[in-house]
Design a protein around this ligand. Structure first.
Ligand code: PBG
Length: 330
């Protein structure tokens, strides 16, 4: 190339017309890229708003079939379920996580029984079930007990698989859990149940609204820094991903989303596996706050952020805007 390519080369040429921009677009967002997280609550015909997540509701189990069918008809391939466990069912050991009649299992069955052609991804971690709000089990002096936590997570995973979950998504960040969950699934014949590992999950300020949504914020003692990653680190994320893949994860997740696109890119380039990201509750709340303040166009802003995830290397994104965006794209 000559050292002065202009005017022979004018990059604006391909940008001048909409048809041309469409033709050279390197990334295209479609509803198939979206995973829609749903919060599940008790009662019937019950929709509860969540103060910190305007526009998002907790739904009772009987409303899930219709939501699943709507999502499937919009081209959304998968739902992610999160239960708001009643206080009476929360305990030190989070035993409710392994109850075959818990909110999560009833939700899975309701969606599967509705006949909706959609995947069901279930979160594996004890925080919606523990009275202390942590993802694992605590010793008497308040330390996380890694290996007994993993045993509880295995019981939780099998419970979800038996109820019909398609993708088990451990979000707890205990060491060694992916391999042990995989082995348990194999030994019970759940060969086709996938594992999407929350592999690089950071201890983040952006989870606050979610903890309201599942009702665990009032319970949480301390922080999650002894198991979730330090946001200062990036090489460590590659080690986490390598381990989860070696242990049998089918896909991996980076979380939170937008502030962590550098991690998505490194993981994608290094491992060449399906990478997902979670645009988490605090990110959703920030976007909605900006919209409410009149400083952001919701539709344009949301599509831009989701396209950025794809550009960074994501196969898909968990986003509370999934239904809204699928409608827009449709
Ligand atoms: C539970 C879990 C959390 C989220 C997903 N699974 C919260 C946490 O780790 O405290 C956060 C999702 C969001 O903020 O939207 N282990």
């Amino acid at each position: 190339m000559s050292h002065a390519p202009y005017p022979a080369l004018r990059l604006r040429r391909s940008r001048v017309a909409p048809w041309s921009r469409a033709m050279v677009a390197e990334t295209v967002l479609s509803p198939a890229d979206l995973i829609w997280p749903l919060f599940v609550t008790g009662g019937s015909n019950n929709r509860e708003s969540i103060a910190t997540m305007p526009g998002v509701e907790r739904l009772s189990v009987d409303l899930l079939g219709a939501a699943a069918k709507e999502a499937a008809s919009l081209g959304i391939p998968c739902l992610a379920l999160f239960p708001n466990t009643p206080a009476s069912a929360r305990s030190e050991d989070g035993a409710e996580a392994a109850n075959p009649d818990n909110l999560m299992c009833n939700a899975i069955r309701a969606i599967k029984d509705s006949g909706a052609d959609i995947g069901v991804l279930t979160d594996v971690a004890l925080d919606p079930y523990t009275s202390h709000g942590h993802d694992g089990l605590l010793s008497e002096d308040g330390r996380i007990l890694n290996d007994s936590s993993v045993a509880a997570l295995v019981a939780q995973s099998l419970n979800q698989a038996r109820a019909g979950a398609d993708i088990i998504a451990p979000s707890d960040m205990m060491d060694g859990r992916v391999g042990i969950i995989r082995a348990a699934l194999e030994s019970e014949g759940f060969h086709d149940v996938q594992i999407m590992a929350y592999a690089a999950k950071y201890a983040s300020a952006f989870y606050g609204p979610f903890r309201d949504a599942v009702g665990s914020s009032g319970y949480l003692k301390g922080d999650k820094k002894t198991y979730q990653m330090d946001y200062a680190n990036s090489d460590e994320a590659l080690r986490e991903v390598a381990l989860d893949l070696a242990e049998g994860a089918d896909s991996v997740m980076v979380k939170p989303g937008l502030p962590y696109l550098d991690i998505v890119r490194r993981v994608k380039e290094r491992f060449e596996v399906p990478v997902f990201a979670y645009q988490v509750s605090g990110e959703y709340a920030m976007i909605e706050a900006a919209v409410a303040a009149g400083v952001l166009d919701r539709d344009k802003g949301v599509v831009e952020t989701l396209t950025a995830f794809k550009r960074a290397g994501c196969s898909g994104v968990l986003t509370y805007h999934a239904r809204h965006v699928a409608r827009l794209l449709g």
